[in-house]
Design a protein. Structure first.
Length: 305
């Protein structure tokens, strides 16, 4: 059973906070991804949004398109309205071979929510879950029919954040709704990655591999820091640089036959965490953990520009 290892360009340039690598050219991001050994990339703000333009750029670096984040609003919109809003994004992903969309529901959130204390975030009432589950299942089914599956991203500051909320989410949605499992967001929300993964592994279709620095995690939760304040303090890092036991988690996935992507996604300040250095560390560490867990890692093909 084989897996591919990709990375998110947030290692180099942060779309939410432009002072974090905002002036780093796309060419630098892609060339260093390739140099670090990655096979694919998720989308970022600097990427062209037309397949005819982006495809050749990625091909020039020997990279595949893994997926791409979408700021969803399905709680606040009808299914058809939301699907039409996301259609251009899905079209780009589908046309460049991506199998899943990273879908996060940021409904009821504030634009500056990532700068607010983590305790100040929207929540669903108990009686809202059934209808919400039906609506998001219908959206996921529309996406699947279109050719791109939903990888729902549990995320800090959203209505699906904690392990308990992920359980309610899974319990109220149908099989078309895949789960993006994110080690960093699970831990930041106070969760247990191994337990969470064991419970919902049959729904996992995408995996964001964030390592976590324990002292910053403890401080962020103790002081009710904002998401971005914790990021700036260095809560997240690449696999091999924190305390997450990736090999144990990947072993669970190997035993279930997971065959998707493993994506390094470590929001850091590139002025403090040299992107190529950390990207290389993450690729090597994650590849070693995947092989030790029983996966065959699909190597990056030799490429000559």
């Amino acid at each position: 059973m084989s897996v591919r290892i990709g990375i998110n360009p947030i290692t180099w340039t942060n779309d939410d906070v432009p002072e974090l690598g905002g002036d780093t050219p796309l060419e630098t991001c892609l060339s260093e991804m390739a140099q670090a050994g990655y096979r694919g990339t998720e989308l970022g703000g600097k990427f062209p949004r037309e397949a005819a333009t982006l495809g050749p750029i990625l091909a020039a670096h020997g990279l595949e398109l893994v997926s791409g984040w979408y700021d969803g609003r399905i709680l606040e919109r009808g299914v058809e309205e939301e699907f039409e809003a996301i259609r251009p994004h899905l079209t780009l992903l589908r046309d460049l071979g991506a199998k899943h969309v990273v879908y996060a529901d940021t409904s009821r959130g504030r634009h500056d929510g990532i700068f607010a204390p983590i305790s100040q975030r929207p929540k669903l009432a108990e009686d809202e879950w059934p209808a919400y589950g039906r609506k998001i299942t219908a959206l996921a089914e529309r996406m699947a029919d279109f050719g791109v599956g939903m990888a729902f991203h549990h995320h800090m500051g959203t209505i699906v954040e904690t392990d308990a909320e992920i359980g309610k989410f899974i319990g109220s949605t149908g099989e078309a709704v895949g789960l993006l499992f994110d080690t960093g967001h699970c831990l930041f929300s106070g969760g247990d990655p191994a337990s969470l993964l064991q419970r919902h592994i049959d729904r996992v279709v995408h995996f964001h591999c964030k390592d976590v620095r324990r002292p910053v995690l403890e401080k962020a939760r103790r002081e009710d820091m904002s998401f971005m304040a914790a990021v700036m303090e260095g809560i997240f890092t690449v696999p091999g640089d924190g305390f997450v036991d990736f090999q144990s988690l990947l072993k669970l996935l190997a035993e279930r036959g997971y065959d998707g992507w493993f994506v390094v996604e470590a929001e850091q300040d590139p002025a403090k965490a040299h992107p190529l250095t950390y990207a290389t560390m993450g690729c090597r560490s994650l590849s070693a953990a995947a092989r030790a867990a029983g996966f065959e890692v699909v190597e990056r093909a030799a490429h000559h520009r």
